[in-house]
Design a protein. Sequence first.
Length: 336
Amino acid sequence: MIEQLNQLEQDGLKALAATDSAEAVEAWRIEYLSRQGQMPKLMEGMKDVSKEDRPVVGKTANRVKIALQQAFEVRQAEYALAGPGLPEDTSLPGMPVAAGSVHVVQQTLDDMISIFRKMGFALAEGPEIETEWKNFDALNTPEDHPARNEQDTFYLNLNEEAKEGRMLLRTHTSPVQIRTMLKQKAPLKIIAPGRCYRRDEVDATHGMFFHQIEGLVVDKGIHLGHLKGTLEYFFREFVGPEIVVRFRPHFFPFTEPSFEADMGREGLKIRGKDWVEIAGCGMVDPAVFESVEIDPEEYTGFAFGIGVERMAMIRHEIPDLRLFYDNDIRFLSQFR
Ligand code: PHE
């Protein structure tokens, strides 16, 4: 009986190795392992084996059965992986392969960055977890400013007694201004893209997080005309040559004067409006220069912050910011 089992194993494995299609593998399974197959048939002989011999024969039978079963599974998987092989008609279309794509917000960000790089801006970076000092104090934002409120900013229970105050999730990319000026001093010309966090009620135009591109240029003799020209050039590249940019007076603690920049185009509406807000901006406040030990008598500069989701919404006429982060493939796959 043991000899018969070993013979069956040898024959079975050899026959399995000789199969050349998924169909042949299935035929092999029926021949060897199915209820009427050779293995179960041989096992019927167990009842004639003497009591003393049964444990040894049983053990061999088990081993052979497992060996055949495992060999079968491996062979079957090989054919499943290989697929149906070449069809007779090689002009038939191939099997479609689903490819991923870059997220529409990242696509927009990449396009924006490449325009600024063409204009000579270097790329700067900062962490999403910031100190209270870099996010607020160094940017001339006083203790009682409403943006510092617990209702507006995510504070973290880290480093309670740190020199630079509490840790928080940065509310804008402007702390990268501070980081870069501390490190490089002046002159400099940088953009700093990245994610920011605010404790906003989530709706069609607000999220708990969003992306900005910060811009900062510091040199001798920088003036408002440079800022306007930079933004105008950027938006003409990004949207089209007919774009005009206008400034509305505004307030930011870290710029003076401060503006909100709008873009529009002669005779045409953008999202149903004559003008859409596109950036916060202004001339760097001398108090900011002082906090990073740059002499405001010697240097001037401008800064701006542009919302990336907003740019993607304008470009693709997307009505609701939440669509970006629902991760619905039907939405995302439209932007390849
Ligand atoms: N940090 C500002 C905001 O998030 C935008 C800004 C950047 C304004 C740089 C002026 C200068 O709203």
